[in-house]
Every structure is written in C-alpha cells, then in structure tokens.
Design a protein. Structure first.
Length: 303
C-alpha cells in the first residue's frame, strides 16, 4: 500500500504532528459513539471482531479496543508502513498500566500491504472499518471486494469533516469564508491552480483521488448494502502554521493524494506559495486556530 505520509521520516513526522491534535479524549469519545452505532445496527452488543486495514498509529484502533474491552471486542489491523506500526507499538506501551492490561489480547496488528493476500478466513470479521485508505490504492473496487468477502456484511467509513482536511478531496466548501479561514481558503485555491503546472513532472500517477462517495455507491448498488450516515461532534481544537503547510508541500506529505510531484518541483512549488504569503503580508509563522470538529460515520450494512 502506497502512502503519501511514509515516503520519508520527515513527511511522517509532519503528518503525525498534525494528526496528534485529534487528542486521546476525542478519540475515546469517537470510539464510544461508533460502538453504540455498531451495537444498534448489528443488534449485537458483545464479541464483535473488527478489522481496520491501514491501522496506522492506532488513532481509531486503540480507543476502540479500550472502549470495546467491556464488550469483549477484538480488533485486528494491518498497515504497510513500518513507521506507523512503530508508532502504534510505542503508543500502546505508553498507555497507563491499567489500560494496557485492558486491551492485552484484544488488539492484533501486522505489516501487510492492502493489495496482498489477506491471511484471514472469509466472513471472519463482523465489521471492517475504513478511514482514509481508499485513495492509496491502485484499485479500490478490488479492495472493497476483499472487505466484502472477509466481513459478515458491515463496512464502516470514517471521515473527518474539517476545514484543514479539505486537501484530501479538494472540497473548498468546508473552509469557512471568514478570517482567518478566508486566508486558508485563498491559499489552497491558489495552490491547486498553481500545482497543475508541476503535475507532468510527477514520479508516478498510481495514487488515485479519494473515492469515498463512489465506494459507498459501489457497495450500495453493486453489493446490496444499505447505507446509514451519522455525525459525531468533537471538541477539537486544530492549530496549524503556514510554515507547516509549506513543509507538507516540500516533503510531499500530501501532494501524492492527487499525483506525485518530484522533490525539485515540490521545492519550487513551496517557494512560490511562500512568496504568495509574503506578498499579502502574511508571515509563514502565523498560526491558524479552528475550534470544533465533526466525524462522519457511514455504516454500510447487509440485513
């Protein structure tokens, strides 16, 4: 599985710095809501076996294992990034002793590419959870077929609805049209317009745009799933500096979500974006703050 966040240690650290702002308490709150929705949907409160392909550093899996422990949940996951799995192991080891004991024997993970053969029996999992993975795949339909064959008919999509996450699908409507977010809105509009001139310099074109809605439609109309959508509000506070965004561009931490752009071109692109800021009297060290956040939970379920 190819990931724009694991091309280098630097790119990974940039991703991690931003992602950690979804703090542990928010993650636990999200897990609580997800468990309640799953129990209601499946009419089964205990002994759920759950798979998360692209488990990453455990942002979803660790809180889910903690909150699911009283119900005897088992969480499985895999990721192709050794950086992610190293961080996942570190986070488990850093948990308080009581929590670490609580999830012992309940959370299992391994290094594995999504395109590889999955070492699990068919229909083994009650639920498959997907969070920002489809756009890393060469063929997300084949991947969804695997999810379908390995699950008992429940596939869940998790998606953060946030002005700072728009780059995953280019949805500028998520950015409020007021200061300081107006500056962020204009910054990314200019970036997406400018980067087209660098696209032909890409190292590969194998990473596809995010396929969230097409994937849901595929499961609904081709596989017979019923779809229900829920929203969970979280007391998030996001802080991001323009200098960090410039580093994300320079190190290719998210650009490959649309296409890979080689290092020299990314450096030039980041320099152009810095000039754009300075021309508007904006310091790259300026910090943007956004309070509040929402997670969308989409349950695809066969009755």
């Amino acid at each position: 599985m190819r990931s724009p966040y694991i091309k280098s240690k630097k790119a990974f650290s940039l991703f991690l710095n931003y992602s950690q702002q979804l703090d542990f308490q928010n993650s636990l709150l999200l897990a609580e809501n997800l468990i309640h929705i799953l129990q209601t949907t499946l009419k089964k409160s205990r002994n759920l076996i759950i798979l998360e392909p692209g488990i990453g550093y455990g942002r979803i899996a660790i809180p889910l294992a903690i909150k699911g422990a009283p119900f005897n949940f088992q969480i499985y996951g895999f990721d192709n990034s050794p950086y992610m799995l190293e961080e996942l192991t570190k986070r488990i080891n850093n948990l308080p002793v009581q929590l670490r004991a609580q999830i012992s024997g309940r959370l299992f993970f391994r290094q594995l590419a999504a395109e590889s053969e999955w070492p699990y029996p068919e229909k083994f999992f009650d639920v498959v959870i997907l969070s920002y993975i489809l756009h890393y795949l060469k063929d997300w339909q084949i991947f969804l077929d695997k999810c379908d064959s390995h699950s008992k008919g429940c596939i869940v999509f998790l998606k953060e609805i946030s002005p700072f996450n728009y780059w995953l699908n280019g949805d500028f409507s998520l950015i409020p049209s007021n200061a300081p977010h107006q500056v962020l809105y204009e910054f990314w509009h200019y970036f997406y317009k400018l980067k087209e001139s660098y696209a032909e310099k890409g190292e590969n074109q194998e990473i596809t745009p995010i396929a969230y809605q097409p994937a849901i439609h595929y499961l609904a109309f081709q596989k017979g799933y019923h779809v229900s959508t829920y929203q969970v509000d979280l007391p998030l506070t996001r802080r991001l500096k323009f200098s960090e965004l410039l580093s994300w561009i320079r190190y290719g931490a998210f650009v490959p979500l649309r296409e890979s752009i080689n290092r020299q071109a990314r450096t030039l692109l980041a320099h152009r974006m810095k000039e754009w800021l300075l021309q508007r009297g904006i310091s790259p060290k300026e910090t943007l703050v956004m309070k509040g956040g929402t997670y969308e939970i989409c349950i695809c379920h066969k009755t």
